[in-house]
Ligand binder design. Structure first.
Ligand code: ADP
Ligand code: TRP
Length: 325
């Protein structure tokens, strides 16, 4: 490949992956490894703003690594590292914070929302966009794939890069958010956006029983079996994620004809979910049995990440007159 674009993204360790995370983000992120230089990290420094238990943090971090590997991250093609294995980001975070106006951070969603709820925020939460900017700028990436909710943070990182470049000299590339167009907006079992916050998820790697419970719990209306069904409703939207164009057409015809029960659609959806994620689950279980290999993989990821990030940080130190010179 001539000049592969560098892609960077981070994932906060926050628990069980669900269909929304996969079809709305992870699937697209991992696909980028085919023709890009991809770097992904587990944002454990960021998790310190919410997770206050050390064992829980370690477990959650391992879980993110397993999820990425299960979903197809190829360590030969992508770099996967744990954020805290590259503490250099904290130094860059400090450098950038000296060029970041309070007003900019006061407008950041995470902080604003907390204050609006009448809760007091820690400095870590207030400074979160600066750490995130450091995560990004230290790799000089071309694209940063993120969900829509993170767009503001990428814009802030651009702003900080610009301020540094104009104050000292051109060191940082201005990052671009990349919101994959084919990312599906996945509805939850209650019809709202699928989200851990709403407790309406279909988890990918939970026990079959738990997956069954959430699929069977998808809300449906009371249209009698013999009547035609609207294929725009949640159960069909979810089913469509696992069907090809031909199957979707066929399902539409059956739904319009009447005589199709929601229970049957759910049963078929459950079979498809288990089938689709089965091989990924096996891969996950296989890695799970080899914690030392997983740690080796992350250590190798940190080494490769450092090889890219080290020179960028050095340039920033040099440009701003830090160290011996
Ligand atoms: P949650 O809402 O469950 O806490 P996160 O905010 O941790 O999920 O989401 C992680 C990633 O998954 C984000 O990039 C987000 O855009 C994507 N994502 C989460 N839920 C959905 C959904 N229902 N549809 C599409 N993408 C989603
Ligand atoms: N803040 C992001 C989230 O909550 C995670 C993240 C941290 C990130 N640093 C990043 C994403 C750098 C992209 C680039 O989802």
């Amino acid at each position: 490949m001539a000049n592969p674009k560098r892609v960077l993204s981070g994932t906060q360790p926050s628990g069980d992956l669900h269909l929304g995370n996969y079809f709305g983000a992870l699937r697209q992120y991992i696909a980028l490894q085919e023709d890009h230089e991809t770097v992904y990290f587990i944002a454990d420094y960021h998790s310190m703003n919410s997770v206050r238990d050390s064992a829980e943090r370690r477990n959650l971090c391992r879980s993110v690594a397993l999820d990425y590997l299960a979903c197809g991250l190829d360590p030969a093609r992508s770099v996967l590292y744990r954020q805290s294995d590259l503490p250099e980001v904290c130094e860059l975070s400090w450098i950038l914070s000296t060029l970041t106006p309070m007003g900019l951070l006061e407008r950041a969603h995470a902080y604003k929302d907390k204050v609006a709820q009448g809760q007091s925020a820690d400095h870590g939460l207030f400074a979160y966009p600066v750490l995130m900017a450091a995560d990004i700028l230290i790799f000089n990436p071309d694209l940063v794939p993120v969900g829509r909710d993170q767009k503001q943070h990428i814009e802030m990182a651009r702003d900080m890069a610009q301020r540094f470049n104009s104050t000292y000299r051109e060191v940082f590339k201005l990052p671009e958010p990349f919101i994959p167009e084919d990312a599906a907006a996945v509805p939850g079992t209650d019809g709202r956006k699928m989200s851990k916050t709403y407790g309406n998820t279909i988890p990918m790697f939970a026990a079959n029983k738990a997956i069954k419970k959430s699929v069977m719990g998808i809300v449906t209306d009371s249209t009698p079996v013999e009547d035609p069904k609207d294929t725009g409703t949640v159960v069909f939207q979810l089913w469509n994620l696992f069907a090809n164009a031909e199957e979707r057409e066929e399902m539409k015809t059956r739904a319009q004809a009447g005589g199709l029960g929601y229970g049957d659609v759910k049963k078929d959806l459950l079979a498809r979910v288990l089938d689709f994620f089965g091989p990924m689950r096996e891969r996950r279980e296989d890695w799970e049995k080899r914690p030392d290999d997983l740690e080796d993989l992350l250590a190798d990821g940190a080494k490769r990440a450092r090889a890219i990030a080290g020179p960028v940080l050095e340039a920033a130190r040099e440009a701003s007159g830090l160290g011996r010179g």
